[in-house]
Design a binder for this molecule. Sequence first.
Ligand code: F6P
Length: 320
Amino acid sequence: MKKIAVITSGGDAPGMNAAVRAVVRAAIARGVDCYGFHHGYRGIIAEEIVLLESKDVSGIISQGGTILRTARSDEFRSPAGRQQAIEILRENEIEGLVVIGGDGSLTGARRLYEEFGFPVMGVPGSIDNDIAGTDFSIGFDTAVNTALEAIDKVRDTAYSHERVFVIEVMGRANGFIAVEVALSGGAEAVLVPEVPFSLQEICDNLRKSRAKGKRSSILVVAEGAARASDIKQFIHKNTGFEARYLVLGHMQRGGSPTSFDRVLALRLGSFAANRLISGYSGEMVGLEGGKLVSHPLSYVLGTTRTIDPEKLFLVEVLAK
Ligand code: F6P
């Protein structure tokens, strides 16, 4: 291989820049030119191509977001859009593509590989951490720490006013962020889409806590489980406790990546570029049990990551 390209696609995640840096410099170390397309798949179709030299990825390791920009491309979801993308890749003599993103972006990579035999290598980048084949996706650790910082601050005011606070975190259809944040933030309860919950039971537990002298509480709700505003309303109506809610939203996607996310991104980015250049394809790299691994995209996209029941159990037990 003489020329590869890299894109960031879907929702941005802190650490994507570190991954781009690693892909570019690992390619250069192998004597391969690395190009970037801006705006993910949309940018391939629009031929937004730039040569990425070592200096272009200098100083980005600490930056959140992605210097390549990102997008969710409707056009690429159609066969005509993908045909256009493959033609652009071939016209530019790109021989392989590293895709950094979440499940939608990896599905796009799988299509390029299966429909056109185009060499691709996926890198899991998503704050949601819902991608199989890796223990961590890039951005999750930073998002959790950002949410945790907010929760710690909210706890101060919840304590002073003796209020119940319901905090909504991101995660799309999954509760990985919610569970991690609830556990590390000492929340009284966590509501996730994967596990049925009873609001009556949550209200009963809040009443019991008050009876034991606990004057303030934090509940964490995953965006895919319920709306924080509705939960707050229900709690207030059923218990009479003063309650407030907070939706953390996109702030969880921004900010400088943690050391964990940087190291993860650098290892995965470098591994992905090297595997692609060595002739491997149709895979996603990951980290399992601390070791670098690579799985077929068909496995990654056909497997569901599940919430660790031990962590859920711990939140419940340690709240009592
Ligand atoms: O997948 C990352 C994520 O931040 C999800 O947690 C969230 O549901 C979604 O993206 C939000 O997407 P958008 O930025 O398009 O509103």
